[in-house]
Design a protein around this ligand. Structure first.
Ligand code: XMP
Length: 527
C-alpha cells in the first residue's frame, strides 16, 4: 500500500472547457447559483472572494458571477473583490451584494434603504437588452436585501426597477459588467433560468457543452489512466453516492475493483439485496459482503445515548472494513463518494471558499491510517448530477432515487437500547411506510421517509383483548438541503392506510403517530 494522498481528480478539460466561476461573498445561495449554471450545461465552480484577477485568468473562465452575501459593502471587514477582475474583459454578473460591489467599484453609490425588501417582488424591465432578452415587461423576482444601489455614474444604464428599488438591474456601457439586485437562482424567480441562460449563452458566449454523458466517458478514461493495473477498494453503503462511484470505477477498471459492503445489522428491510444484485449481476464486481451483525449488536447492547451509539458504530465499521480490506491483496487505492458540497464545506477545494461551520454526523468515514491513495471521482458533482450520472451508467432508478439513509442506520431510529427483536419490528414497519409512499407515487416528491420505534408502550384493544404494546412514529420530510426541512403534508387516506397496515401486519405495534415537526427546531432523525 502506498502513502495516503488526498487527490483532486481534475474534471477532464474538454467537458469543462466552458467554465464559469461563482465568486462567493458568503451567500447562502452560492451552491444554488452553481447548480443553476450547470443546469444550463455550463460547468461552474465556486471560488473564494479574495481570489486575484491573475488566479482567475489561470482558470480561463468564460464568465464570472459575484454572489450575494450578508454584508454591507462599506462595513469594516466586508468581503471585497480584486477590482482588477472588472478589467479582465470577461463578462461579470453581480447578484445582490455582487451588484453593489461591482457598482461601488465602478462609480456607483450604495445605500442602506429605508424599505428593506425580503421576499417576492415585481420587477419592471425598462430595457430589454441582452440580459433581459425574451422576458416580459414585468416579472416576479425574489429579493433579499437591506442595501441597494442608490445612484450609478453615467457609465451604467439601469435595466429594471421595482416600486422600492429604482435601480434593480444595470449594465455598464463599456465593460461587460451586469448587476441584478434580485436572486435569479431561487425558484421564486420563475424566469431566473432565462436570465442566466441569456448571461451564459448570449453574453458569455458559452455553447453549453457540460453533459454528464461526456463527463462519464472522459472520467472513465482518466481513471483508467491514473489507476493503471493497480487494485481499487470501494466501500458500498447501499446509498447512491457509493454505488455511482463503484459503477464508474467498474466501467474503468472492471475486475481490478473490489467492493466491500459491511452489513451492520442496522440496514433496512432488503436493503443490501438490490446492491448485491446490481454489483454481482449487472457489474459482476468482486464484492465482499461482511456479516457484521453480531459484532455491531453486541457493541450496542444496553447503549441508549445517541452519540455513543454513533461512536461505537463508527468504530465497529472501521474495524470490519479494515479486516476485510486486509484480505484484498495489492490494493493501492480507496474510492470514496465525496461530492462537491462536501469538498466546499470542508474547505478543501483549491481556490474554493473557506470551510463553513457545519454540524457533521459523519459515521462511516475511513481514517487516513488505512494508508490508501484516495480516488474521488464525484468530487466535482452535485447530488442531482450524481443521480443523473447513475442513470447514465445504467444503475436502476430504484437505487438512484433512494432517499438518504444515515450511516448509523436503524440504530438512531430505534430509540433507547437496541435489540434484534426491536430492529425487526422497526424494519417491518419501515418497509410498510416506504412501500405505501412509493405506491402513492410520492417517493420522488418527498425527501426522506421512515419509521421510528419509540421506547414507550401504550394500551390498546385488539379483538376483545387489551394490549400493551409499542408505538411507531412515521416521519416524512421535504427539504432541499437537509439543513432545514418541513414535514410532508401527506394525504389523510395515505396516513390512514399506513397506520392500519402497520397495526394489522407488524406484531407488537398497537399505535402509530405522524411526526408534524419541522427542522428546526426538531431534527430529521429522532436521535
Ligand atoms: P438531522 O437528523 O440532523 O439529519 O436533521 C440531517 C440529515 O443527516 C442524516 N443523518 C446522518 N447521516 N450519519 C449520517 O451519515 C449520521 O450519524 C446521521 N445523522 C443524521 C439524516 O438522515 C438526514 O438526512
Amino acid at each position: 500500500m502506498s502513502t495516503t494522498a488526498a487527490s483532486h481528480d481534475v474534471v477532464p478539460v474538454s467537458v469543462a472547457d466552458e467554465r464559469v466561476l461563482v465568486i462567493d461573498f458568503g451567500s447562502q445561495y452560492a451552491q444554488l447559483i452553481a447548480r443553476r449554471v450547470r443546469e444550463q450545461n455550463v460547468y461552474c465552480e465556486i471560488v473564494r472572494h479574495d481570489i486575484t484577477a491573475e488566479r482567475i485568468r489561470k482558470h480561463s473562465p468564460r464568465g464570472l458571477i459575484l454572489s450575494g452575501g450578508p454584508s454591507s459593502v462599506y462595513e469594516d471587514g466586508a468581503p471585497q473583490c480584486d477590482p482588477a477582475i472588472f478589467e479582465i474583459g470577461i463578462p461579470v454578473l453581480g447578484i445582490c451584494y455582487g451588484m453593489q460591489l461591482a457598482c461601488n467599484a465602478l462609480g456607483g453609490q450604495v445605500e442602506n434603504t429605508p424599505s428593506r425588501e425580503y421576499g417576492r417582488s415585481r420587477v419592471e424591465v425598462t430595457s430589454h437588452s441582452d440580459l433581459f432578452a425574451g422576458m416580459p415587461e414585468a416579472t416576479d423576482v425574489w429579493m433579499s436585501h437591506g442595501d441597494q444601489v442608490a445612484q450609478v455614474s453615467d457609465d451604467f444604464m439601469p435595466l429594471a426597477k421595482t416600486s422600492t428599488c429604482p435601480i434593480a438591474a444595470v449594465k455598464h456601457s463599456s465593460l461587460p459588467v451586469y448587476g441584478i439586485q434580485f436572486h435569479p437562482e431561487v425558484t421564486h424567480t420563475p424566469l431566473g433560468g432565462t436570465l442566466l441562460h441569456n448571461f451564459l449563452i448570449s453574453i458569455c458566449g458559452c455553447k453549453g457543452t457540460w453533459h454528464l454523458g461526456d463527463f462519464a466517458r472522459e472520467t472513465i478514461d482518466a481513471l483508467r489512466e491514473r489507476i493503471g493495473d493497480s487494485r481499487v477498494i470501494c466501500g458500498l453503503s447501499g446509498g447512491v453516492d457509493s454505488a455511482v462511484t463503484a459503477a464508474l470505477l467498474y466501467e474503468a477498471i472492471g475486475s481490478q475493483l473490489s467492493c466491500i459492503l459491511v452489513d451492520n445489522g442496522l440496514l433496512r428491510k432488503d436493503e443490501q439485496a438490490a446492491v448485491i444484485l446490481e454489483f454481482t449481476e449487472h457489474f459482476k464486481a468482486d464484492l465482499h459482503v461482511v456479516d457484521g451483525e453480531e459484532r455491531f449488536l453486541s457493541t450496542l447492547a444496553g447503549i441508549t445515548e445517541p452519540q455513543e451509539k454513533r461512536r461505537r458504530i463508527g468504530h465497529a465499521f472501521i474495524e470490519c472494513f479494515k479486516e476485510e480490506a486486509a484480505k484484498i491483496e495489492d490494493a493501492t487505492y480507496l474510492a470514496q463518494g465525496t461530492l462537491y458540497p462536501d469538498v466546499i464545506e470542508s474547505g478543501a477545494a483549491p481556490d474554493g471558499p473557506a470551510a463553513t461551520i457545519k454540524l457533521h454526523h459523519n459515521v462511516g468515514g475511513l481514517p487516513d491510517e488505512l494508508g490508501f491513495e484516495l480516488v474521488e471521482p464525484l468530487r466535482d458533482l452535485f447530488k442531482d448530477e450524481v443521480r443523473k450520472l447513475g442513470l447514465e451508467l445504467g444503475l436502476p432508478p430504484d437505487l438512484v432515487w433512494r432517499h438518504p439513509f444515515p450511516g448509523p442506520g436503524l440504530a438512531v431510529r430505534c430509540l433507547g437500547d437496541i435489540t434484534r427483536e426491536k430492529l425487526d419490528v422497526l424494519r417491518e414497519a419501515d418497509a410498510i411506510v416506504v412501500g405505501e409512499i412509493k405506491a402513492a407515487g410520492l417517493y420522488r416528491e418527498t425527501s426522506q421517509v421512515f419509521a421510528v420505534l419509540l421506547p414507550v408502550q401504550s394500551v390498546g384493544v385488539m379483538g376483545d383483548a387489551r394490549t400493551y404494546e409499542n408505538a411507531i412514529a412515521v416521519r416524512s420530510v421535504n427539504t432541499d438541503d437537509f439543513m432545514t426541512a418541513d414535514w410532508s403534508h401527506l394525504p389523510y387516506e395515505l396516513l390512514a392506510r399506513i397506520s392500519t397496515r402497520i397495526i394489522n401486519e407488524v406484531k407488537g405495534v398497537n399505535r402509530v403517530c405522524y411526526d408534524i415537526s419541522s427542522k428546526p427546531p426538531a431534527t430529521i432523525e429522532w436521535e
